[in-house]
Design a protein around this ligand. Structure first.
Ligand code: KG4
Ligand code: ZN
Length: 353
């Protein structure tokens, strides 16, 4: 059994896991939401400081939960990109230090490859490529074609805001808390009418001479919600927050699910996968489920517990890389961004950063 200790500190979740292949021995996540909530968003330096404070306790807790010792650990992994540089540095430095101290190989992990691997944690049979992944989080909205281990092709992405970012911004407009996704979902579920307001789905026109049918755009939708709120306020009416939240959520779910299924059909792919923080949204899960059934496709959704940032998915990604003979040099650093298809560079003898 190849046990990997994995650390995830790319944003505002401090997370540690011990995994053996697709088997999770321990998965501890400390959300920093309460620390950042007063500021209405993540404060990068505060996130880094909280990671420093929380990480040692979480490592202890993970070993306690798994009931194992360092001698049973085969490798150490940490997220190196993309994310907040200061936050990433905490996990990466801690991971490299522990690997050096205990004489284990170290693996730097691409955060989005981690999200992709969260779909391996369903307890069902392992996912076999090729498949199309809808990756929807606070920082990313992408359609990725996976043809084999580490073989990724970007089929579509947002041209402006990520879906999660749109949830967070609209939640702020509606006076709801941070993070916005769960807040909007909860308010919409209180009898919100998803058809009350017809918001635009963010059609993306011709760019660079070609039409991009699988690009996403959410900033126009956010502006449409803002204009709608302003118009209602001018009429002196109390804001129908539940209806606004439900209509916004419906529009996002329609845009994401229709383009995902359309892209899979175009690509000749019969398997769909959905991962990332926004994949926790029940309205989106329902829309995808309905559309994929009509189209005769299969759908694997990341389990709710592994949609948001966690270290178990980082451990699964690292385990797969280790199995194919990869490890990262201890000279590796962090980067705010690296395209997913370049994740293999994290295992080169000459690292990208
Ligand atoms: O994957 P994640 O935890 O972190 C990133 O890598 O970005 O995603 C966080 C994002 C936030 O924007 C949050 O509002 C959104 O996921 N989110 C949701 C839900 N839960 C989290 N969006 C819609 N519905 C949810 N239930
Ligand atoms: Zn994430």
């Amino acid at each position: 059994m190849t046990i990997v200790l994995a650390l995830e500190t790319s944003c505002d979740e401090t997370a540690v896991a011990l995994v053996a292949g697709r088997h999770v021995l321990a998965n501890v996540v400390a959300s920093q939401v309460a620390s950042h909530a007063p500021y209405g968003g993540v404060v990068p330096e505060l996130a880094a400081r909280r990671h420093v404070e929380l990480l040692p306790h979480l490592v202890d807790r993970a070993f306690g939960e798994a009931g194992i010792t360092w001698t049973q650990v085969k490798a150490v992994a940490a997220t190196a990109t993309p994310g907040l540089v200061g936050a990433l540095l905490v996990g990466l430095t801690a991971g490299k230090t522990m690997a050096l101290l205990h004489g284990k190989p170290f693996l730097a992990v691409h955060h989005l490859e981690g999200h992709l691997c969260s779909a391996q944690l369903t307890g069902g049979p392992p996912l076999k490529p090729p498949f199309l992944v809808l990756l929807v989080s606070g920082g990313h909205t992408q359609l990725v074609r996976v043809d084999g281990p580490g073989a990724y092709r970007l089929c579509g992405a947002t041209v402006d805001d990520a879906a999660g970012e749109a949830f967070d911004k609209v939640a702020r407009l509606l006076g709801l808390g941070y993070p916005g996704g769960p807040a909007i979902e909860a308010v919409a579920a209180r009898g919100g009418d998803p058809r009350r307001f017809a918001f635009p789905q963010g059609r993306v026109g011709r760019r660079g001479g070609g039409y991009e049918p699988y690009a996403f755009s959410f900033s126009g939708l956010k502006t449409a919600v803002l204009r709608c709120i302003e118009a209602l306020q001018r009429q002196g009416e109390p804001l129908p927050v539940a209806d606004l939240a439900a209509s916004f959520q419906y529009t996002v779910a329609e845009a994401l699910s229709s383009r995902t299924v359309g892209c899979a059909l175009d690509q000749g792919l019969s398997q769909l996968v959905v991962v990332g923080g926004v994949a926790a949204n029940r309205r989106l899960r329902q829309a995808l489920e309905q559309r994929r059934r009509e189209a005769g496709l299969t759908l694997v959704m990341a389990p709710l517990a592994f949609c948001g940032d966690n270290a178990a998915m980082i451990g699964v990604a690292a385990g797969q890389r280790l199995a194919s003979g990869c490890q990262s040099p201890l000279t590796i650093g962090v980067s705010p961004r690296l395209p997913l298809h370049e994740a293999k560079r994290l295992y080169d003898p000459h690292p990208p950063f």
